[in-house]
Design a protein around this ligand. Structure first.
Ligand SMILES: Nc1ncnc2c1ncn2[C@@H]1O[C@H](COP(=O)(O)OP(=O)(O)OP(=O)(O)O)[C@@H](O)[C@H]1O
Ligand SMILES: O=c1[nH]c(=O)c2[nH+]cn([C@@H]3O[C@H](COP(=O)(O)O)[C@@H](O)[C@H]3O)c2[nH]1
Ligand SMILES: NC(=O)CC[C@H](N)C(=O)O
Ligand SMILES: [Mg+2]
Length: 536
């Protein structure tokens, strides 16, 4: 990564993650403004930060309180380094409180906590808000329980809440600024303008980053990582991410890339046949299909804990890849030592630890099979050219690489597949068959109604409960199935999709009429948070 960033020297933003739910949004917003941005765990040592030669370091918010013993802090000599190299520092929420504490001010629990929308008033003449259009009453998003009550020497208040609380601080001569509210969330009106002010006026950064650059940078990195005679295998699922990753690596190393699609027994209706035929007709990449379904299902038999299921799947994927690399060795005389995966940034954040080294401060939400689910002892070295990107960025990259739209528009499908959509034991009764049939009817109905492309992801979930029904005047005691459809930008947050009731009624009737094992359909009306997209 350092290599990719080095081109933007002098115009790089490092975001230090102290565990905020919004850290990834800061990185995204900065990139959307055309500036190279890298997110690192708040625990990284100073040399890791300096290796990126940042012009601005943003300290994120976080769930901790700076006055709690053991709460995360900055590496020793951090402010000496930023002062000597004239690097601007911006603390957001916890970040602001950290600046205040480390530099000798005082932070304490506030009498009343502030969550949600608030109005604040910038003070005229501050460096942070300037004296132009931002110097007016602003509606912002707050989420904190602590407050700065005494500022360090040399700092002044740049903005106050209507109740008189400190909403922003600054010390322009040291280049240190702090916001108690979150400019990165869309609920903060003019948040983007505030970030622009900090990037372009306060830090004097030049916007020199484009998504096209990522392509060139990653091609160079791939070429220098995988030696000129070395081989790599690519885990190709037919999904957006691995298709874009494979296309990129193929461009870099040509036929030394060997793609493998694993049938893990957890795929959707006719998925194996469909994916293999589209690879052949549309993608022109050599792909081998490995049937590992018996192994996966055998290991999953009787396992009900969601995290255990994910870990087993991660391990079995690696076993399948290891076996495939032996096949490649037999054929080409060289054992591949690299595994290309289409891992994205959200997979990394949710699996924890976050990018870089050491443990971060966020909680593990679930172990994505390709990150947290990987076995420790694996031999293959990972090549993950999309590890720093979000789905919408990957789709744009795919367009630049001329990946057919059919691939780019597909709804995401998780590697653990139907295992995370069958609650409990995957091998129970005819759960796999049932969920396959229901999913197929639901997705076909979306396509027929012209709704597929306006929905980010849709699927069926098998519930391990039987309910009583009446079908053909007969009592039935069969399965309940849930349908889920969401809209999202990047899978990190999501809203449930509001179908009209006629559509839902038709789908429900179609499913119960054609899938014998189902007599009840429920629709999931939960956003993320508090739920996640998948049920396990
Ligand atoms: N059946 C599979 N065979 C081989 N590799 C797989 C399979 N399923 C997932 N993977 C690997 O795991 C990675 C992560 O899966 P994930 O579902 O997040 O991405 P994707 O399938 O490429 O894209 P999408 O999110 O659009 O489904 C993939 O990029 C791919 O490298
Ligand atoms: O490849 C994957 N391996 C996994 O282990 C995994 N778990 C969730 N997902 C997909 O990630 C997005 C967010 O899902 P969650 O809200 O359930 O975490 C959604 O798009 C999910 O389908 C996964 N993808
Ligand atoms: N959002 C945040 O960064 C919160 C910081 C700190 N935990 C507080 O409650 O004040
Ligand atoms: Mg997938």
């Amino acid at each position: 990564m350092e290599q990719a960033v080095s081109k933007h020297r002098g115009n790089v933003v490092v975001v230090l993650d102290f565990g905020s739910q919004y850290t990834h949004l800061i990185t995204r917003r900065v990139r959307q403004l055309g500036v190279c941005s890298v997110c690192l765990p708040g625990t990284v040592p100073l040399p890791t930060i300096t290796s990126y030669a940042p012009s601005l370091v943003i300290l994120s918010g976080g769930p901790h309180s700076v006055h709690e013993p053991g709460s995360p802090s900055l590496p020793p000599s951090f402010f000496e380094y930023t002062a000597t190299h004239q690097i601007t520092v911006l603390g957001i929420c916890y970040g602001l409180q950290l600046i205040v504490k480390v530099l000798g001010g005082h932070v304490k629990p506030a009498v009343s906590q502030e969550y949600g929308r608030m109005d604040v008033l910038p003070l005229s003449g501050s460096r942070l808000f300037g004296d132009g259009p931002l110097c007016t009453r602003l509606s912002v998003w707050m989420s904190h329980g602590d407050e700065a009550v005494k500022l360090p020497d040399g700092f002044s208040i740049a903005c106050k809440s209507l109740q008189g609380g400190i909403a922003a601080i600054e010390n322009p001569s040291l280049g240190i600024y702090g916001l108690q509210f979150h400019p990165e969330v869309t609920h903060t009106a003019r948040g983007t303008e505030i970030l622009k002010q900090i990037l372009f006026n306060v830090s004097e950064i030049t916007a020199d980053w484009k998504l096209q650059d990522v392509l060139q940078e990653q091609l160079e990195i791939i070429k220098s990582t995988i030696g000129p005679s070395e081989h790599a295998i690519c885990a190709l699922s037919g999904g957006v991410d691995s298709t874009v990753a494979a296309t990129m690596v193929h461009k870099a190393i040509g036929d030394r890339l060997h793609c493998v699609f694993v049938d893990n027994g957890l795929l959707r209706f006719k998925e194996r046949e469909r994916v293999m035929s589209t690879f052949e007709t549309d993608l022109h990449l050599p792909v081998t299909c490995v049937d590992a379904s018996e192994k996966f299902l055998g290991k999953l038999k009787g396992v009900t804990d969601p995290e255990e299921k994910r870990k087993i799947i991660g391990r079995e994927f690696i076993n399948a890849f290891d076996e495939f690399s032996i096949e490649v060795e037999e054929k080409y005389g060289s054992r591949p030592s690299f595994l290309v995966q289409g891992t994205l940034y959200p997979d990394v954040i949710e699996s924890c630890p976050p990018p870089g080294t050491g443990k971060g401060h966020s909680h593990t939400i679930k172990s994505h099979h390709n990150v947290g689910g990987l076995p420790k002892e694996m031999q293959l070295k990972l090549v993950e050219p999309l590890r720093w990107l979000f789905k919408d960025e990957v789709r744009k990259l795919g367009e630049l690489l001329n990946v057919p739209q059919g691939f780019l528009k597909r709804h995401p499908f998780p590697g653990p597949g139907l295992a995370v959509r069958i609650l409990g034991d995957v091998t129970q009764g005819d759960a796999l068959e049932t969920v396959r049939q229901v999913d197929e009817i639901f997705i076909n109905s979306l396509r027929e109604a012209g709704l597929y492309d306006s929905i980010w992801q849709a699927f069926a979930v098998f519930l391990p409960v039987k309910t009583v029904g009446v079908q053909g005047d007969r009592r039935s005691h069969s399965n309940a199935v849930a349908l889920r459809a969401i809209t999202s930008e990047d899978g990190m947050t999501a809203d449930w999709y509001q179908f009209d009731s006629k559509f839902l009624a038709e789908v429900s009737a179609k499913i119960c009429n054609s899938v014998r094992s189902v007599n009840r359909i429920v629709y999931d009306i939960t956003s993320k948070p508090p739920a996640t997209v998948e049920w396990e």
